[in-house]
Design a protein around this ligand. Structure first.
Ligand code: NAD
Length: 250
């Protein structure tokens, strides 16, 4: 059984579909019920099995109760902490409310998921945790003060958990995508460049060395591998999925 947070859209939806197509039963966690249901339908259309749990990952009690419900039905082998939001701004234009919101969802949301499930994984002899970070967590992107802070914390949490649970057969990794074309990107363009969405989309796509944005399914394939037994030697790694961002710039 695999639990995927933020599975109602974009990368999380692609991961839920890919894992289901590979035979895993999926538990979809999302705050948005219509989006979560649409993922469940897509999973069902491919012959997979899933259930929807509406839950706000910022609320520790809700997360704990959701996971307890899931544990009462089945054992969780895989947790993908994917729910996250973007935020644009420098330190000067980031308000305390913005900072706290990004921190609550992108950082505490992941802590809550791991905190709720690690004891269960230990008791069951192991498991795999995969967190969604970003290139912004380890490279400077302009105007991403709070977002970068949050993704840097995701990478640090990943390493910490990987280290602490080595002896419990729990692997913990993260993926750092560059820009991937999802509603996350479309919302950003709509909010920040109204009327210039197409022009800015092309500009962003071309700014990646490979000349385009990633596709959600490309992240899902790496997620599938990292959560599989074939990746049994991989823990404590932050995987770039970046169209050449880190090594081919300049
Ligand atoms: P998206 O906005 O398409 O999907 C995010 C999902 O998370 C949505 O279904 C949303 O309802 C859910 N969500 C948001 N807040 C929640 C909460 N409090 N509780 C439960 N669910 C919540 O985004 P995406 O582009 O698919 O991004 C997914 C992850 O990948 C994020 O962590 C993001 O930071 C990361 N990422 C995205 C990109 C990109 O370019 N799209 C690049 C690097 C990293």
């Amino acid at each position: 059984m695999a639990v995927v947070t933020g599975a109602g859209s974009g990368i999380g939806q692609a991961i839920a579909r890919r894992f289901a197509a590979n035979g895993a039963a999926i538990r979809i966690i999302d705050i948005n019920s219509s989006q979560a249901e649409s993922t469940a339908k897509l999973v069902a259309d491919t012959g997979g099995e899933s259930a929807v749990h509406i839950c706000d990952v910022t609320d520790q009690r809700q997360v704990r109760e959701t996971f307890e419900k899931i544990f009462s039905e089945s054992r969780i082998d895989i947790l993908v902490n994917n729910a996250g939001i973007s935020h644009i701004g420098t330190v000067e234009t980031t308000t305390e409310e913005d900072f706290d919101r990004v921190f609550r969802i992108n950082v505490k949301g992941i802590y809550h998921g791991i905190h709720a499930s690690i004891g269960h994984m230990k008791a069951n002899g192991g498991g795999v945790i995969l967190n969604m970070a970003s290139i912004a967590g380890s490279a400077a992107l302009a105007d991403r003060f709070a977002y970068s802070m949050s993704k840097g914390a995701v990478i640090a949490m990943t390493l910490s958990v990987a280290k602490d649970y080595l002896q419990h057969n729990i692997r913990c990794n993260c993926i750092s995508p560059a820009r991937v074309h999802t509603p996350f990107v479309d919302d950003y363009l709509r909010k920040n460049y109204p009327g210039r969405e197409k022009e800015m989309y092309d500009k962003l796509a071309k700014s990646q060395p490979i000349g385009r944005m990633g596709r959600p399914d490309e992240v899902a394939w790496l997620a599938l591998y990292l959560c599989s037994d074939e990746a049994s030697f991989i823990t404590g790694v932050d995987y770039p999925l970046d169209g050449g961002f880190f090594n081919l710039r300049g």
